[in-house]
Design a protein around this ligand. Structure first.
Ligand code: TXA
Ligand code: MG
Length: 352
């Protein structure tokens, strides 16, 4: 398949190019497009055929449900049974934005989109290009992250091109994503809502609006039925082995990183370090990727997936990174880092 590139200005989307992308979607084609979290592979969410094409392009198992993106809050009730007052409040507070809410689906969303489930995840993205396309095509658009299953999610056009050239009809070229990690997924079908995947909207932000919620454990026990089907698959995995260094104090973390890198290099391994700017000077003899200011977890989040892909591109075998405080965006950062570092066979059943 020949993949077309459509370049669109991220601040001021050109109407004719937005229409071009929208026409492709209306014709049942696959279009990768930017959102504020990560790029997605979009297709008509009302079409079982389009769903099949997405799973094929991504190499993703068909039981892992897709998120459906809509243009505004009025559209949500077209596709879900009962929104409920808590979800109304969350929608008012965080949409458009990096929040996906799970509801009981209406019959017009095919089971092929939801991986066979009777629920559907809905999100209103904030990225101007995503919003313009959704408004223009007036369709709900199913979109998983635009990576090949098992690779880190794409936060820039160049990542999408790397993974999907030849696999989708078009890729929109529109700079890089502002948040850099996928949306927070929260299940609103339970008496007490459950956060299934931490993301740009933190638990504290959610609780400030609707009161206490639960958080699902990131790891699964063998045999347990996963609540977010995506949780049972291996995610974000770099090809090399990622080890996390968990020391309280900066000096200790630095020393541990140096020791581990030195040891691996001594064994003839290609070593890479995924570290905040503060560490760079002391580790300059090693290949480093700069995650930005360690006190700015938004910046670390924005750069993380690019860093994992950088390590793949350099064919690094042993990757080392420090841990981050699990507050605010740090919860999502650590969730992705732990998954990338997981060598637990049970978590590697398949790839996403
Ligand atoms: O930020 C994002 O959410 C990006 C952009 C493109 O919007 N999309 C994204 O989609 O990350 P994806 O498919 O890579 O991840 C969706 C996650 C998966 O873990 C999936 O299992 C879960 O959300 N999910 C989707 N629908 C669900 C449902 N009905 N019930 C439970 N989990 C669901
Ligand atoms: Mg994904």
């Amino acid at each position: 398949m020949k993949t077309q590139i459509i370049e669109i200005n991220p601040e001021n989307p050109q109407t004719d190019r937005v229409r071009q992308a929208s026409d492709l979607l209306k014709a049942g084609k696959l279009v990768a497009f930017p959102t504020e979290t990560v790029y997605g592979i979009g297709a008509n969410a009302l079409s079982a055929e389009a769903a099949k094409a997405i799973y094929q392009a991504k190499g993703r198992p068909g039981d892992n449900p897709l998120i459906v993106h809509v243009a505004n809050r009025n559209q949500v009730s077209d596709y879900v049974e009962d929104i409920g007052s808590q979800a109304e409040k969350l929608g008012a507070a965080f949409w458009p934005g990096p929040l996906t809410m799970i509801f009981k689906k209406k019959a017009n969303i095919p089971h092929q989109i939801t991986g066979g489930l009777d629920t559907v995840g809905i999100r209103i993205p904030a990225h101007p290009v995503a919003r313009a396309i959704l408004a223009e095509c007036r369709l709900p658009i199913a979109a998983p992250s635009a990576n090949i299953s098992g690779r880190p999610s794409p936060t820039d056009f160049k990542h999408v091109w790397e993974d999907l050239n030849g696999r989708v009809d078009a890729i929109i070229k529109s700079g890089s994503s502002q948040v850099g990690l996928e949306s927070t997924v929260i299940d609103m079908t339970r008496p007490v809502p459950v956060i299934l995947r931490p993301g740009g909207i933190s638990q504290a932000m959610v609780e400030a609006v609707i009161g206490p919620v639960e958080v699902s454990r990131g790891r699964l026990d063998r045999g347990q039925i996963p609540m977010a089907p995506g949780m049972k698959y291996r995610h974000y995995a770099p090809k090399g082995r990622l080890s996390l260094v968990d020391q309280v104090d900066f000096g200790q973390r630095l020393k541990a990183l140096k020791d581990l890198a030195g040891e691996a290099a001594g064994q003839g391994k290609k070593v890479g370090l995924l570290v905040p700017s503060q560490y760079l000077a002391a580790l300059s003899q090693y290949l480093c990727f700069d995650l930005g200011d360690e006190n700015n977890l938004e910046e670390v989040a924005r750069r993380l997936f690019d860093g994992l892909r950088f390590m793949d591109a350099k064919q690094v075998e042993e990757i080392f990174a420090p841990t981050f405080p699990e507050v605010g965006m740090g919860v999502a950062v650590m969730n992705r880092l732990r998954k990338a570092a997981s060598h637990d066979r049970d978590l590697q059943l398949e790839t996403q």
